[in-house]
Design a protein around this ligand. Sequence first.
Ligand SMILES: [Fe+2]
Length: 247
Amino acid sequence: MDFELANALARIVELKDQSTGAHTWRVTMYAQAVAEAERMPISTVMGFMLGAVLHDIGKIDIPAGILSKPGRLTDAEYETMKSHTVLGWERVQRMGVRDPLVLHVIRSHHERIDGSGYPDGLVGEAIPIAARWFSVIDGFDAMTSLRPYRDGVGEDAAARAIADLREHAGTWYEPRAVEVFDELHQTGRLDSILEHLNDREGQASLVGPLDSEAMSIARNALLESTTDAEDVRRIEAILDLASEQTR
Ligand SMILES: [Fe+2]
């Protein structure tokens, strides 16, 4: 899958899940920074970044009422929310994605080193390394992005987030990934991603609004990935919502 299609799909997820704003864009830029700091080969960098773009693609299959519910989710709703990992992993494979890096990030980005994560409750090195690294990035962005219920962002939030990553290094997070992320933060490499792309309206994004060409590529890919009539109806509803909001 190319980045153009992946970006369009990620934008559609963001239109549905308003609270994420430019989350996908930021985590992709963090992924690039981390991959380069680790001097990963270029094919690994690209796979890791594509995984970042697509990591929450399964939210396409989660009802909007659960995605943007202001209060606490019920146990049943939380179980549904958790399924975005497996559903996304399944859907991108129906779209032809075969790169293990990409698939690992999508399925396993909510796993934790101590086995308390989901969807598979994997422990330690059983969690694919790309997912272990990405969960540090995802965790950091969740703690430093504007949310309806939180105002504090910027340097204070970043320092608190790094402290939290450090506290959970070895239990939730891969210690080496936390260390690299902390170093990047200290050198200021993350500042432009953190500060300038975190606006209240969730409009900040280098990829910009969905244009009609990207939208039609995404439409075709999504419709081709459907499994049954109900899935087609669900996808068409999302596409209607997206085209309304991109007009
Ligand atoms: Fe996720």
